[in-house]
Ligand binder design. Structure first.
Ligand SMILES: C[S@@+](CC[C@H](N)C(=O)[O-])C[C@H]1O[C@@H](n2cnc3c(N)ncnc32)[C@H](O)[C@@H]1O
Length: 264
């Protein structure tokens, strides 16, 4: 398993599964709308980069059917095993360090991946190279610098604490080489990579049960890192988790930028 990248949120921890479920609830409807718009269907060859869990991969598998192919790659494929049967092929692969796992893809998709990859320029080049002429690429990445708050409506100490912990999370990510303003760069980067018809938009929820589930799982997963880095105390974290569990907090995510284009 190649884990030379320093990725913060280990897929093998139990909280990772909770995070993938929350991502699916929050972001799959948007992702699937774009993919439907591209016309993904029978016989398509797709590369799902940094697939994480199974929701997008399983959706693609149903769309492409037995004559298609879905190559699902990740540096850690431990959560992908349930989807590993034709037309899905699961491979351990570092998108920032290895050659693409094939060529001539009709679709290449990555969600919440490139922001974490230190050599994200190489990763993007590799993803574009793997497309067939006319193929589509959809890159979706958070831009936490665009909207950095867990609680944009910071009206009390609970919200202030939530925002302080989010700031700590951002610090941990950037210390590991994440680009927290990557999302906004995507349309330009896709254009510069030679893609045509480049389009992008942004979306984020301001409050939803899935946001609370994501916040709780994320904070529990990075608890040790936050405390070790002096960014929070155990008491801060216990208090915040109790606040989140109370169901009275309006918790937002970072904006998700979705950018897509077509290879000529
Ligand atoms: C935040 S999760 C997103 C998972 C999934 N794409 C989703 O939207 O639910 C990021 C995923 O990227 C993977 N990842 C991180 N660095 C990677 C790299 N260099 N190459 C491939 N995958 C990587 C992680 O292992 C993890 O599964």
């Amino acid at each position: 398993m190649t884990r030379s990248d320093g990725y913060l949120l280990d897929n093998r921890q139990t909280e990772a599964a909770e995070r993938f479920t929350a991502f699916a609830t929050l972001f799959d409807p948007t992702t699937f709308r774009y993919l439907e718009g591209f016309g993904v269907g029978s016989g398509w060859r797709c590369w799902e980069v940094g697939a994480g869990g199974t929701s997008v991969v399983s959706w693609l598998a149903k769309k492409v059917g037995p004559t298609g192919k879905v190559v699902a790659t990740d540096i850690d494929t431990s959560r992908l095993t349930p989807a590993a049967r034709p037309p899905v092929e699961v491979r351990v692969h570092d998108v920032g360090a290895q050659e693409p796992p094939g060529e001539g893809f009709d679709l290449v998709h990555a969600r919440l991946v490139l922001v974490h990859v230190p050599d994200r320029d190489r990763a993007l080049r590799s993803m574009v190279k793997a497309l067939r002429p006319g193929g589509r690429i959809l890159i979706e990445d958070a831009d936490p610098a665009l909207q950095p708050l867990t609680c944009p409506d910071e009206y009390g100490p609970e919200q202030q604490l939530a925002n302080r912990l989010r700031q700590g999370f951002r610090r941990l990510l950037s210390d590991r080489g994440a680009d927290l303003a990557y999302g906004r760069r995507l349309p330009r980067l896709l254009r510069e990579a030679g893609l045509r018809d480049v389009t992008a938009d942004a979306w984020f929820p301001l409050a939803s049960p899935a946001c609370a589930a994501l916040e709780s799982a994320t904070i529990r997963q990075i608890r040790g890192d936050l405390v070790a880095a002096g960014l929070a105390t155990q008491e801060d974290i216990d208090r915040h988790l109790a606040n989140v569990a109370s169901g009275t907090m309006d918790l937002a995510t970072a904006p998700m930028i979705s950018a897509w284009g077509r290879k000529v």
